[in-house]
Design a protein around this ligand. Structure first.
Ligand code: SF4
Length: 176
């Protein structure tokens, strides 16, 4: 029987949610037995597959690149999971929202730089005016709260999804 497919994606986040994913430790082997991990920063695949059953998305939507990626991911994913508080509320990346793009770029690339100051015009993706939660841009099916979500919550939620249940994340903030 074909296994369901699982992807994980890293947008504007600190990778802490992916660290928590790795903290599932030996339970990762069980997940890998039950689902094919087809796209992730943890594996060497460059293109998002045409159809993915479950995708965990870490981070806010902050750049043109993030926006393009999340629209493609949504179009090619059956169940999209906002993975952690940056994906759910924009959390830490949203701290730049009240500052505005130009003062932010000036500070980072001109005022705080001693060697070759200059705002990049290529390679670094252009910032959107605001860092946004994922569900501001596309429909989200499941929300896994936490900064980061605990390994236990990630594991239980994946098991629920793989067994056809909607994860119950009530109480997630209280160490469940
Ligand atoms: Fe990092 Fe917390 Fe954001 Fe996850 S939710 S990417 S751990 S800041």
């Amino acid at each position: 029987m074909t296994k369901p497919t699982l992807a994980t994606v890293w947008l504007d986040g600190c990778s802490g949610c992916h660290m928590s994913f790795i903290d599932m430790d030996e339970r990762l082997l069980e997940i890998a037995e039950r689902a094919d991990i087809v796209y992730s920063p943890l594996i060497d695949v460059k293109e998002y597959p045409e159809h993915v059953d479950f995708c965990l998305v870490e981070g806010a939507v902050s750049s043109e690149d993030d926006l393009q990626k999340i629209r493609l991911i949504r179009a090619q994913t059956a169940t999209l999971i906002a993975f952690g508080d940056c994906a759910i509320t924009a959390n830490v990346p949203a701290m730049r929202n009240p500052i505005g793009i130009q003062p932010l770029l000036d500070r980072a690339y001109l005022e705080n730089v001693t060697l070759n100051p200059g705002i990049p015009t290529e390679v670094v993706p252009a910032l959107l005016p605001m860092a946004m939660p994922v569900n501001r841009v596309v429909t989200v099916d499941v929300f896994l709260p936490g900064c980061p979500p605990s390994a236990d919550l990630i594991y239980q939620s994946l098991v629920d999804l793989l067994e056809g249940r909607t994860p119950d994340t009530r109480g997630a903030r209280f160490g469940r």
